[in-house]
Design a protein around this ligand. Structure first.
Ligand code: R5P
Length: 275
């Protein structure tokens, strides 16, 4: 089985190949007008492409790689981070459903994503789709923390916090309580974080705004250290600086989007399912 490294997932693909498959050799270059050129140098029989869609150009690259594999009988595609998944329905009349526009163009035998943002996406792929969960992989990484507790910054992240904590830790969710008609207080719903290492966890960190607010609350609630963790480190503009400015001890993400914070690898998770 050959594993094809998409342009945005080269390091992750290399790590997957230490578990399963042979790393295929792919040439990438840009034409003078900026268009991407893709060529798979090896003979391809049973290809699995790994390519995150972080930028518009990453989508083009994935479509090119699928096309370059068109001689193969079956092509599997792994999209560790699927951008555009947040626009998963029409919020205002006339809008594009971006998630559908992208998913419906990916032709493969089977597509895997990791903690894809929208549940609706499974309706938009025209082939079999499996969403993998990186929660336990993230949970296992935090064995160094002191009395760790995973905290979801909102209800939307509760399942992820629960699954990270499923390896043997506590979890909780930040919850808004109305104290008076004028005053709202946000606190962990069930547990006391005083003196504990609190790990805020979400699927995506984009501007960092959600984590910044949640960090302030946990600091006020007496957490010993606040770490932030996410599956997909989008990190728009000054997100990283904003997180450190409010006292985040360290930022940890997986390598679905490769960055200096990708300390937790999803390579094993991928390797095991494609074996
Ligand atoms: C939202 O639905 C996601 O799960 C994240 O909470 C969101 O993308 C985080 O965005 P930001 O970092 O801009 O607050």
């Amino acid at each position: 089985m050959q594993i094809i490294p998409g342009i945005s997932s080269q390091t992750l693909t290399k790590h997957v190949c230490s578990i399963v498959g042979e790393l295929a050799s792919v040439e990438y270059k840009r034409f003078p007008d900026g268009e991407l050129y893709v060529r798979i140098r090896d003979e391809i029989e049973e290809p699995t492409i790994i390519q995150s869609i972080v930028t518009d150009s990453d989508l083009i690259c994935l479509l090119q790689l699928i096309d370059a594999c068109s001689e193969a009988e079956k092509v599997r595609v792994i999209i560790p981070y699927l951008g555009y998944a947040r626009q998963d329905k029409v919020f205002k009349r006339g809008e594009a459903i971006s998630a559908r526009a992208i998913a419906s163009h990916i032709k493969a035998e089977k597509v895997y994503t990791i903690n894809v943002h929208s549940e609706l996406i499974k309706n938009y792929f025209t082939c079999e789709h499996v969403d993998l969960n990186a929660g336990p992989v993230i949970g296992e990484y935090f064995s160094f923390a002191k009395d760790p507790i995973f905290i979801a910054p909102d209800e939307g992240a509760a399942d992820l916090a629960r699954s990270a904590a499923s390896v043997g830790y506590d979890y909780d969710v930040l919850h808004k309580e109305r104290i008076s008609p004028e005053e709202v207080r946000t606190v962990p719903k069930r547990l006391d974080v005083t003196g504990r290492d609190a790990i805020l966890i979400d699927d995506i960190i984009s501007t960092g705004g959600t984590m910044v607010e949640a960090t302030k609350i946990l600091k006020k609630s007496g957490a010993r250290n606040v770490y932030v963790a996410c599956v997909h480190a989008v990190f728009v503009d000054d997100a990283v600086t904003r997180l450190f400015d409010v006292g985040v001890e360290q930022i940890y993400s997986t390598d679905t989007i490769e960055s200096i914070f990708s300390k937790i690898s999803v390579s094993k998770l991928i390797g095991e399912v494609i074996k």
